[in-house]
Write a protein that binds this ligand. Structure first.
Ligand code: SAH
Length: 328
C-alpha cells in the first residue's frame, strides 16, 4: 500500500495482521442451518451457526472459547472454558460466514433466505461463551457490526444474550444498547441457582432491576427472557404462574426454548403439549410469549449444543486430570 506513509506502513506491519481464522469443518442441516467449526491461531476451535428464515439470515456468534458458567443443561459448559475471544476473532465469524454463504452455491441453494446483498442480516451473541464476561472485545466487535463502513447492521438486528451478569448489563446499557436477551430459565432463586449457578451471585431481583434499568434508558426496548423447557424441572403450570407474576411490570417477551438434548445429559425436553400449556398460561396472564423453533439439531447446531474443540483450563478439569494421574 504505497499510498500510505512509511511510518504508518511500519506501524501496521508491527501491529496488524490480515489473516482470518480457518474454517475446518462445515455441516449443513436439512433445514438450511449451517454450522462451522473455526480454528483459531492457537488451535482452539469454536463454532458459529447460520440460521436462515424466509425474511432474514441470523448468525449465532461465539464470544469465548468454551464457557465457565456451568449452566447444568448446556453442552458448552460441559466442555469447560479456555479463554476470551479477541475482537478480530469475534468479527471474523461474520466475515467467514458471509464469505462461505456467498461463494458456496450448494449452501446458497439450500437456504430459504434469498438474500440481496449479504446473507447475514441479523446477529445473535448466543454462541459459545458468556458475552458480558468478555465485554470490551464484544462491544468493539458489535460496534463494527453496526458501523456503516463495516457491516452496517442496525442495533435492533443485534441481540446479546446473557446468563444474567448484572454489572455487564448496566455497562451495556451505557455503551452499546443492542437488543438484550436474558437466560432466565426459572421463576425463583432456588431453582434458578441450581440451573444457572451465576444466580447465586446475581439473584433474580437484582437481575430484573438491571433489566428495568436497561429498558428505561431508551424507548421501545423490550428485554427477551429465554426459558429452556426441561421436563419435570421448570415446566409446571405453577412455574408459569410464578413467572408471570415476576414479569408483570417488565417490558418484555418470553422465548420458550424446547431443551435440545445431547449424549450423557440427565435432562429431557418438555412435551409439546406441556410447552403449549405453559405458554397458554403465560399468554392468559398478558405475557407476550413465543416458542423458539428448534433449528439444526440434526447437526448439533441447536441452542446449547455448541461444543467446539479445545483444552479446558478451568480448575475443575485440572482436578479431574490430577485424579486421573493419581489413579493411573
Ligand atoms: N451465555 C449466554 C449465551 C449463550 S446463549 C447465555 O447464557 O445467555 C444460548 C442460549 O441457549 C441460552 O439461553 C442458554 O441457556 C440456552 N441453552 C443452553 N443449553 C441449551 C440446551 N441444551 N437446550 C436449549 N437451550 C439451551
Amino acid at each position: 500500500m504505497t499510498d500510505l506513509s512509511k511510518s504508518l506502513r511500519f506501524l501496521l506491519e508491527n501491529k496488524a495482521t490480515l489473516t482470518l481464522p480457518e474454517i475446518v469443518d462445515q455441516k449443513a442441516s436439512s433445514d438450511g442451518t449451517v454450522k462451522w467449526l473455526i480454528k483459531l491461531h492457537d488451535r482452539n476451535c469454536i463454532e458459529t451457526v447460520y440460521i436462515p428464515e424466509t425474511d432474514r439470515g441470523t448468525l449465532c456468534v461465539s464470544s469465548q472459547v468454551g464457557c465457565g458458567l456451568n449452566c447444568t443443561f448446556c453442552a458448552t459448559a460441559r466442555q469447560g472454558y479456555n479463554r476470551n475471544l479477541d475482537t478480530s476473532e469475534i468479527i471474523s465469524q461474520v466475515i467467514l460466514a458471509n464469505r462461505a454463504l456467498s461463494t458456496d452455491p450448494e449452501l446458497n441453494s439450500n437456504s430459504i433466505f434469498r438474500f440481496q446483498e449479504k446473507p447475514v442480516t441479523n446477529i445473535v451473541m448466543m454462541g459459545m461463551g458468556e458475552p458480558l464476561l468478555n465485554l470490551e472485545n464484544v462491544i468493539k466487535a458489535m460496534h463494527l457490526m453496526m458501523d456503516d463502513y463495516a457491516f452496517g447492521l442496525s442495533k435492533r438486528r443485534i441481540t446479546l444474550s446473557t446468563a444474567g451478569h448484572v454489572p455487564g448489563i448496566d455497562a451495556l446499557a451505557e455503551r452499546c444498547r443492542v437488543s438484550l436477551a436474558v437466560s432466565l430459565h426459572a421463576p425463583n432463586d432456588d431453582l434458578r441457582s441450581k440451573l444457572v449457578p451465576l444466580n447465586r451471585k446475581y439473584p433474580i431481583k437484582a437481575l430484573l432491576n438491571s433489566c428495568h434499568r436497561y429498558c428505561n434508558f431508551g424507548n421501545r426496548i423490550r428485554v427477551t427472557f429465554e426459558y429452556v423447557m426441561l421436563k419435570g424441572i421448570n415446566d409446571d403450570i405453577k412455574h408459569a404462574r410464578e413467572l408471570s407474576g415476576l414479569l408483570q411490570d417488565v417490558a418484555c417477551k418470553v422465548n420458550l426454548i424446547p431443551f435440545n438434548s445431547y449424549s450423557g445429559i440427565p435432562y429431557e425436553r418438555s412435551t409439546s403439549d406441556q410447552i403449549e400449556r405453559f405458554s397458554e398460561e403465560l399468554r392468559r396472564r398478558n405475557i407476550f410469549v413465543i416458542t423458539r423453533k428448534t433449528r439444526g439439531d440434526d447437526i448439533e447446531a441447536a441452542c446449547g449444543q455448541l461444543a467446539g474443540d479445545f483444552a479446558d483450563r478451568t480448575k475443575r478439569s485440572q482436578r479431574i486430570s490430577k485424579q486421573q494421574i493419581a489413579l493411573s
